[in-house]
Design a protein around this ligand. Structure first.
Ligand SMILES: N[C@@H](CCC(=O)N[C@@H](CS)C(=O)NCC(=O)O)C(=O)O
Length: 208
C-alpha cells in the first residue's frame, strides 16, 4: 500500500513525513501550499474543509490533524517503537504531550502566523499577534520544564513526541518576535539530537 500525503515545506506535514520515513512506509507527496492567498484544490478541500495540511490518504480513507495522524501511524506500525504501547504507564504522558502540542503550542503559532483569524478587525491583529508570541513563550516554557533532565520528551525512550517537538521548533522565528529555541535548553538539546536522524535529515535537508 502507498500512502499519499498533502505536503508543503515548512508545514506540519513535514513531521508526518518524518514518521512515514521512520516506519518505512511507501508514500507519495501531493504538493500543496500553506499560503493563505493561494487557492486549495477541490480535492484537498473535500478531505479537509479547513484547507490545512497534513492530510493523509490510504486505501479509500483519509484523515487530517497532525497529532491524530501521528498517533494513528505509530500505533499501526508499533514495531518502529515510536509510541509507548496503549497499556504502558508512559502512554499518558505521550498522549498529553501530543495533544498539548496540537491544542496549545500550535494554537500559539497560529495566533502569531495568522492573527487575522483571531481578530475582528485589522486593527486588532497586532494585539492578537503579540499575544500569540507571548503565548509561545508560555507554552514552550511548560514543555521545557516538563522535559527537565529527561533524555527524551517521555524519559529514557525516544518517541514520536520528540519528532513532533523538533518540527515545532523549526517554526520559531525570532524575526517575528518569537522566543528563540535557545531560551528552552531542554527543548533545544532534544531538537538538536533529533535533527541528526537520517529521516529528519532527508525531510528537512535542502533536497527534501
Ligand atoms: N490542527 C491542525 C493545524 C494544521 C495547520 O495549521 N497547518 C498549517 C501548516 S503548518 C496550514 O495548513 N496552514 C495553511 C492555512 O492555515 O491556511 C493540525 O495539527 O494538523
Amino acid at each position: 500500500m502507498t500512502y499519499q500525503l498533502y505536503y508543503a515545506r515548512g508545514s506540519a506535514s513535514m513531521g508526518v513525513r518524518v514518521i512515514l520515513e521512520e516506519i518505512g512506509a511507501t508514500y507519495e507527496l501531493i504538493e500543496t501550499t500553506i499560503d493563505m492567498d493561494k487557492p486549495r484544490s477541490p480535492e484537498q478541500l473535500a478531505l479537509n474543509p479547513n484547507g490545512w495540511i497534513p492530510v493523509l490518504i490510504w486505501n479509500d480513507k483519509a484523515m487530517y490533524e497532525c497529532a491524530a495522524i501521528t498517533i494513528f501511524l505509530c500505533d499501526k506500525y508499533a514495531e518502529a517503537k515510536l509510541a509507548p504501547p496503549p497499556d504502558s504507564d508512559e502512554r499518558g504522558l505521550y498522549l498529553q504531550t501530543l495533544v498539548y502540542f496540537s491544542s496549545s503550542v500550535q494554537t500559539a503559532f497560529q495566533l502569531s502566523y495568522y492573527p487575522q483569524r483571531f481578530s475582528d478587525t485589522s486593527a486588532d491583529e497586532p494585539g492578537a499577534q503579540r499575544r500569540g508570541n507571548r503565548r509561545l513563550r508560555e507554552t514552550w516554557q511548560v514543555i521545557d520544564d516538563q522535559i527537565g533532565n529527561n533524555l527524551w520528551v517521555l524519559g529514557d525512550q525516544f518517541s514520536a513526541a520528540d519528532i513532533y517537538l523538533t518540527m515545532l521548533t523549526t517554526w520559531l522565528k525570532t524575526s517575528l518576535g518569537h522566543p528563540s529555541v535557545g531560551e528552552f535548553p531542554n527543548v533545544h538539546r532534544i531538537a538538536t539530537e533529533v535533527m541528526k536522524r537520517p529521516s529528519v535529515q532527508l525531510v528537512y535537508g535542502s533536497d527534501g
